[in-house]
Design a protein around this ligand. Structure first.
Ligand code: GAP
Length: 465
C-alpha cells in the first residue's frame, strides 16, 4: 500500500536519491561544485529524454508544428532587439555586513509582502525601502541591505567578435530559446508549407545569471527550456491563448500530476507589450512555484526583429490578400523544473512484504528503464547465457530502455530498481531453462508472475500502452 507521509525533508531525500542512483550530480562536484549547474547521470539523462519526448509528442499533436534547433550564440543585435540587453534583469540587493547577494522580491515575499521580479524598478525599490527594517539577511541574520539594483540575467561571453584592436566584444549566451525561434520564423514559413495558425517548437539549453540559484534543479544558471511559439491571427489570439492554457494544464494532469497540486497564476505585472500572461504552478515541497509560462506577446518580438534587422516579417494571407505581422502565443517550460516535479510526485517510502523501501512510482512512459533483466545467480553460466541471449538482447533491441542487473542478491536488485523507478524486474531461474518462462516482478505491488519468454515483448507493450 502506498504511504505518502514523507513530505518531511522531501527535497533532501530527492537530492540524495538523485546522487545515490546516478540521476543528477552537483556540477563540477570534485572541485567543490559550481553554483547553479548540475550534471545528469545515466538514469537522469533517460528520464530527461522521456520528459522531452512526452512534450514533443503532445506539441506535435498539432498538425502545423515545426521543430527546430537554433544556435546558442546569435548576433548580439538579437538580444538588443528583443529587449533583453536593456530589460532582462532581477532586483539585486547585497548585505552590507556579509556581502550575501539576494533577490529583493524573494526577501519581500519571505515576510509576506507581495512582490515579483516583473515589478517596475521604482515600485520594488519603494517597497524594499518601506520594509528594510524587517528584512533579514539569510546568511548572517543582520538587517543591513544596500539599495536595490537591476542585475542583468544575460550571461556574456567573448565568442567570435573582436574589435579593430583585436580585443573581445561581448556576445551573449541565449537567455531563452524563443529568440532563436523568432529569428527563424521567416525561414520556417518559406521552407515549409505552413499557414497561420502554426507553431515553432524547440528544446534547448539556455543560460541565466541567476542571483541566487537554489532549490536544486528549480533555479539553475544553465538549464533546458521546452518552448513553443504559436503564430496566429491577431483577432484569434486571445482565443488561442485560452485554448493553450487549457491544453497545457490537461497535459500535466495526463502526465500523472494530481490536479490538486497544479494551478494557474495570472501575471499581475504585465510587460508593456504583453496582452495576457499566466504561469502554471506546481506545489513543490518548498511551496507553489512556476513550471510553465503561457504568454500572449502580441506582435512585439517579430516587430522588433523587423525593426532591428530590416527584414520584412509580414505574413501574406492568400485568402484575404492581406499582409500583417502575426501575433504570438507562447508556452514555455523548464525541463529541470518538470524533472523535479515528476520526481517529487514519484518519490515514495512504503513497506512491501514487511520490508521498508524507497521507490519511484514513475509512470512507465517516463521511467528511465522499462525493465531489468537478471539471471538468478551470477555465477551460473547457463543462466547468464540464457538471460543475455534470449531475454536481455531481444528486449533491448525492441525497447532500448532495458537494464542488465546481476549485482548482489535478488532482494538488493529489487531495492535498487525500485529506487530507479523500474516498473518490472525480470528474473531468469533454473526453471526457465526447461519451461522458457521467467518471473516478472511488478514494482508497485511487488506481485510476481510467470510469463513465457515468447510473450514478454507483447506483455511489456501492453503495459506501456
Ligand atoms: N520565452 C519565455 C520565457 O523564457 P520564462 O518564464 O522566463 O519565459 C520559461 O521561462 C520557463 O523556464 C519557466 O516557466 C521555468 O520553468 C523555466 N525557468 C526559468 N528560469 C529558470 C531557472 N533559473 N532554472 C530552471 N528553470 C527555469
Amino acid at each position: 500500500m502506498k504511504e505518502k507521509n514523507i513530505e518531511n525533508n522531501l527535497m533532501e531525500k530527492i537530492v540524495s536519491l538523485c546522487k545515490r542512483r546516478g540521476f543528477v550530480f552537483q556540477g563540477s562536484e570534485i572541485y567543490g561544485g559550481f553554483a547553479g549547474t548540475y550534471d545528469y547521470g545515466h538514469y537522469g539523462v533517460m528520464l530527461k529524454k522521456n520528459i522531452e519526448e512526452a512534450w514533443r509528442r503532445a506539441i506535435d499533436e498539432h498538425r502545423q508544428m515545426a521543430f527546430i534547433e537554433s544556435s546558442i550564440f546569435t548576433a548580439p543585435r538579437v538580444w538588443e532587439a528583443s529587449g533583453h540587453v536593456s530589460g532582462f534583469s532581477d532586483p539585486l540587493v547585497i548585505c552590507n555586513s556579509c556581502g550575501e547577494k539576494s533577490r529583493a522580491d524573494h526577501l519581500l515575499e519571505s515576510i509576506g509582502v507581495k512582490a515579483d521580479e516583473k515589478m517596475p524598478e521604482k515600485e520594488i525599490n519603494n517597497l524594499f525601502d518601506a520594509n528594510r527594517k524587517k528584512l533579514k539577511c539569510p546568511k548572517c541574520g543582520k538587517y543591513d541591505f544596500g539599495s536595490v539594483r537591476a542585475k542583468s540575467l544575460l550571461a556574456t561571453s567573448n565568442l567570435g567578435i573582436f574589435d579593430m584592436e583585436g580585443d573581445d566584444q561581448n556576445t551573449y549566451l541565449r537567455g531563452e530559446t524563443a529568440q532563436g525561434t523568432y529569428i527563424n520564423y521567416k525561414n520556417i514559413l518559406e521552407t515549409g508549407s505552413f499557414f497561420i495558425p502554426f507553431g515553432i517548437a524547440q528544446i534547448g539549453t539556455v543560460f541565466r545569471n541567476e542571483i541566487s540559484p537554489r532549490q536544486f534543479l528549480f533555479r539553475q544558471r544553465e538549464f533546458e527550456q521546452m518552448e513553443m511559439q504559436y503564430f496566429v491571427y491577431p483577432n484569434e489570439a486571445m482565443n488561442e491563448y485560452e485554448k493553450w492554457k487549457k491544453e497545457r494544464m490537461e497535459y500535466y494532469i495526463k502526465l500523472g500530476i494530481p490536479k490538486s497540486k497544479l494551478r494557474f497564476k495570472d501575471h499581475e505585472n504585465l510587460v508593456f507589450y504583453a496582452k495576457a500572461a499566466c504561469d502554471i504552478e506546481y506545489e513543490f515541497p518548498f511551496g507553489w512555484n512556476e513550471i510553465e509560462g503561457i504568454h500572449y506577446r502580441g506582435d512585439y518580438d517579430l516587430t522588433q526583429h523587423q525593426k532591428f534587422s530590416g527584414v520584412d516579417m509580414n505574413y501574406f494571407d492568400e485568402e484575404t490578400k492581406e499582409k500583417f505581422i502575426p501575433h504570438v502565443v507562447e508556452v514555455a517550460s523548464g525541463l529541470g523544473r518538470v524533472f523535479l516535479m515528476v520526481l517529487c510526485e514519484a518519490y515514495n517510502e512504503d513497506s512491501l512484504k514487511e520490508s521498508k523501501r524507497v521507490v519511484l512510482n514513475l509512470p512507465i512512459k517516463l521511467a528511465p528503464i522499462i525493465c531489468s533483466v537478471s539471471p538468478l545467480l551470477k555465477n551460473k553460466p547457463e543462466l547468464a547465457e540464457y538471460a543475455e541471449t534470449k531475454v536481455y538482447m531481444p528486449l533491448k533491441a525492441e525497447f532500448g530502455r532495458v537494464a542488465w542487473d546481476d549485482n548482489g542478491n535478488i532482494g538488493k536488485r529489487y531495492r535498487r530498481q525500485d529506487e530507479i523507478g523500474t516498473p518490472f524486474c525480470i528474473v531468469i531461474d533454473f526453471d526457465t531453462l526447461t519451461d522458457d518462462a521467467v518471473t516478472v516482478r511488478d514494482r508497485d505491488t511487488g506481485e510476481q508472475e510467470r510469463i513465457k519468454v515468447s510473450d514478454l515483448v507483447q506483455f511489456l507493450k501492453e503495459k506501456i500502452n
